[in-house]
Design a binder for this molecule. Structure first.
Ligand code: PLP
Length: 399
């Protein structure tokens, strides 16, 4: 038997591959610092864990409604209202096994082989692959550091064709941390108004991780006339440090939510009942810790941006949110390592960092925009300082 054509169209997640490589090296006793992982180093809050334990004791251990319990949908409706000023009824909310599953459900439930999906690059690695799995075509639009890693209205307009079904907007972004301001969203909204056949997949997974008084906004809130054709996507993974619990969710048109539920009913069925109970607590409990954690991330961002900019050949913009930086490594290309190897690509550069400096980052090529790398600063200041010193030394050693 051979694997399916759909499977052959996708690749294993390159970011998860780096994480496994780091674990392997650590097990072999190598002093490697992993800056590849896309998850907060903070623990799930105690009150969330307690809610899960209570759910187990109360017998919330059975199948639930396929696309989320009534309690969780109510909590999500409250969250969308409280944080985004958006109103979604229960039949407009889908709960899935992580945000990645939300993406999968939405795209697989709607895409035809003739469809195009606009994916701004640098992109989160799953977008193009899920589009391809669904048999459609990702249209990658490169948005470099010159434009703050953000799509301009002109670029969006030029990329839309009669075949465009979805546009992915991810703010704050994985891998760059760039986030769209209200004004920038309004300007994109003008373009969407001219193309009424296009739907918007607004991935707000990093909503609560923003800095310097940046005001987070999502497009359905900024442009209420686009509400009907926007899927507003969020989840518990990043803000609530619940990556392992696997709860993602979306608010959108009732027919689309129903379609996503139909697919889910024949794949995973409901997300874990205990994780759903934990998510209710996370979304309805005291939210004060979100700001405290964002402040801790901001200190780390500042540290990493300053230290990387002091490394020869690296230029690091200061992002508005998430816990990643996406520096250009253009200044290292063409140089030679102490071992005599020429750096020709960002993959060569991150390979050199791993081999010689024992620091793991992810090459920009994985995110569709080179030469760059993604560094996750969701780790302690002490480790970040050590990692950045190693990167500085490795850069200085290039000839
Ligand atoms: N969206 C973005 C932009 C992400 O970076 C991630 C995770 O890395 C997700 C969605 C999905 O998160 P999860 O499936 O862990 O809930």
């Amino acid at each position: 038997m051979k694997t399916s054509a759909a499977l052959d169209r996708i690749s294993p997640s390159p970011t998860l591959a780096i994480t496994s490589r780091v674990l392997e090296l650590k097990r072999a006793g190598v002093d490697v610092i992993g800056l590849g992982a896309g998850e907060p180093d903070f623990d799930t809050p105690e009150f969330v864990k307690e809610a899960a334990i209570a759910a187990i004791r109360n017998g919330q251990t059975k199948y639930t409604n396929v696309d989320g319990t009534a309690e969780l949908k109510e909590a999500i409706a409250l969250k969308f209202k409280r944080d985004n000023g958006l109103t979604y009824a229960a039949n407009q909310i889908s709960v899935n096994v992580g945000g990645k599953h939300t993406l999968f459900n939405a795209l697989v439930a709607t895409l035809e082989p003739s469809d195009e999906v606009i994916v701004p690059a640098p992109y989160w690695v799953s977008y193009p692959d899920v589009v391809q799995f669904a048999g459609a075509t990702p249209v990658v639009v490169k948005a470099g550091a010159e434009q703050g890693y953000k799509l301009t209205p002109e670029m969006l307009d030029a990329a839309i064709t009669p075949r465009t079904k979805w546009v992915i907007l991810n703010s704050p972004s994985n891998p760059t941390g760039a986030a769209y301001s209200v004004e920038e969203l309004e300007a994109l909204g003008e373009v969407f108004r001219r193309h009424p056949h296009v739907w918007i997949f607004a991935d707000d997974m990093y909503e609560h991780i923003v800095y310097d008084d940046f005001r987070f906004a999502t497009i359905a809130e900024v442009c209420p006339d686009l509400y009907e054709r926007t899927l507003t996507v969020n989840g518990c993974s990043k803000a609530y440090a619940m990556t392992g619990w696997r709860i993602g969710f979306a608010g959108g048109a009732a027919w689309l939510i129903k379609a996503m539920g139909k697919l889910q009913s024949q794949s995973t069925s409901n997300p874990c009942s205990i994780a759903q109970a934990a998510a209710v607590a996370a979304l309805t409990g005291d939210q004060a810790f979100l700001k405290e954690r964002a402040a801790a991330f901001q200190t780390r961002r500042d540290l990493v941006v300053d230290m990387l900019n002091a490394a020869e050949g690296i230029t690091c913009p200061k992002p508005e949110g998430a816990f990643y930086v996406y520096p250009s490594v253009a200044g290292t290309i063409g140089k030679t390592t102490p071992g005599g190897k020429k750096i020709e690509t960002d993959e060569d550069f991150v390979g050199y960092l791993l081999d010689d400096a024992k620091v793991a980052a992810v090459q920009g090529a994985a995110f569709g925009l080179s030469p760059a790398m993604r560094i996750s600063y969701a780790t302690s200041e002490a480790l970040l300082t050590e990692a950045c010193q190693r990167i500085q030394q490795a850069c200085s050693a290039l000839r």
